[in-house]
Design a protein around this ligand. Structure first.
Ligand code: GRG
Length: 284
C-alpha cells in the first residue's frame, strides 16, 4: 500500500508549504496551526487525491481540496480536545494544542484552520481553471462540516456522552460527526475531476460505508475490554463487541459493492479496495 505512504508525504509537504507566513506578526498563530495540522494519517486527504486521480485529475489540481479537508480535520481535533469538549491532553502522540499553546490560542488556531480551508480552495489555480468545480467543493465541504454535518454531530455527541443512547441516535451521530467529513473528502475528489453525477453517487456510497466502518473500528480500538468504564456513546457499549465487529464487516462489504459499480464502468478501484483492507487490518 505504498500509495498511502506516498500520498501522505505529498499532503504533509503541501500543508507545510501552505501553512506558512514570512511575516513575524503571525508567528504564534502559525506555529499553533502547524503544530496541530502537520500530522495524522491523512486518510481524508488521501481519499480526495485518489478519487480525483481515478476520475482523471492530477494531484496538482486536487491538492488544494485535500489540504482543505485536512485543515478542517485538524481544526475539529483541536476543538474536540478542549476542556469544554472532550478534554483530551494528548493528540497525535503529543500534547494537545491547548496544552502546548493555551486554550485561547488553541481555539483561535482551530478557527484559523477552519477559515483557511476555504481560502486554500478559492485562491487555487484549480479554482481559476474550473471555478464551478471549486464552488461545488466549497458548498459540499462547508455543508458537511457545518451544523447539519460534523458540528451538528458533535452537539449530539456531547449530549449523548451524558446518557445512554439507542442505536438509531448513535447511527445519526456517526453519520454527522464522522461520515460527513469523509463524504465531503470523497466528493471533492470527484468534483475536482468534473466527474459525472452517476459516478459521484457510487463514490458517495463508498464514502458512507467507509465512514461508518472507520468510526465503528475506532470505537473497537478504543475499547479496553471493560463495558463498565466504556464511553456511553461508543458503538461497542451500545451494541457489544461482537456486533460491532460484524457491523464493521458489513459496511466494508457494502463499500466493496459500490466499488464494483465503479470498476464495472472501467475505473481502477484497486487503491480503494486496499483502503478497505487497511480498515480490516486495523480491526484485527
Ligand atoms: C469539535 C466541531 C468539532 C468536531 C469534532 C472529529 C471530531 C468532531 C471529533 C474527534 C473525536 C473523534 C474520535 C471523532 C471521530 C472521528 C475520528 C475517528 C477522528 C479521528 O480521525 P483519524 O483517526 O485522525 O483519521 P488523524 O489524526 O489520523 O487525522
Amino acid at each position: 500500500m505504498s500509495f498511502l505512504v506516498d500520498d501522505k508525504k505529498l499532503i504533509d509537504s503541501a500543508m507545510s508549504t501552505e501553512l506558512f507566513s514570512e511575516s513575524s506578526d503571525y508567528k504564534l498563530i502559525v506555529e499553533a496551526m502547524r503544530y496541530s495540522a502537520l500530522g495524522g494519517k491523512r486518510l481524508r486527504g488521501i481519499l480526495t487525491l485518489e478519487f480525483a486521480k481515478m476520475f482523471g485529475c492530477n494531484f496538482d489540481e486536487s491538492m488544494p481540496y485535500a489540504i482543505a479537508v485536512e485543515c478542517i480535520q485538524a481544526y475539529s481535533l483541536i476543538h474536540d480536545d478542549l476542556p469544554c469538549m472532550d478534554d483530551d491532553d494528548m493528540r497525535r502522540g503529543k500534547p494537545s494544542c491547548h496544552i502546548a499553546f493555551g486554550e485561547a490560542n488553541a481555539l483561535l488556531a482551530g478557527d484559523a484552520l477552519l477559515t483557511h480551508a476555504f481560502n486554500v480552495i478559492s485562491k487555487s489555480e484549480s479554482a481559476k481553471k474550473h471555478p464551478e468545480r471549486a464552488i461545488k467543493a466549497i458548498k459540499t465541504l462547508s455543508g458537511y462540516a457545518g451544523f447539519c454535518g460534523m458540528v451538528g454531530g458533535q452537539v449530539l455527541d456531547l449530549e449523548a456522552a451524558e446518557k445512554e443512547v439507542d442505536g438509531k441516535t448513535l447511527w445519526l451521530i456517526h453519520k454527522l460527526k464522522t461520515v460527513a467529513l469523509i463524504k465531503s473528502a470523497v466528493l471533492m475528489g470527484c468534483y475536482a475531476a468534473g466527474t459525472d453525477e452517476n459516478f459521484c453517487g457510487f463514490a458517495e456510497k463508498y464514502a458512507e460505508n467507509f465512514g461508518f466502518a472507520f468510526q465503528i473500528i475506532d470505537d473497537i480500538l478504543d475499547f479496553d475490554g471493560n463495558y463498565d468504564t466504556c464511553e456511553l456513546n461508543s458503538y461497542v457499549k451500545v451494541h457489544g463487541l461482537e456486533k460491532a465487529r460484524e457491523d464493521a464487516a458489513v459496511y466494508i462489504k457494502n463499500a466493496e459493492i459500490s466499488l464494483s459499480e465503479l470498476s464495472d464502468n472501467g475505473f481502477d478501484t484497486l487503491n480503494f479496495k486496499e483502503l478497505l483492507d487497511f480498515l480490516t487490518d486495523r480491526m484485527n
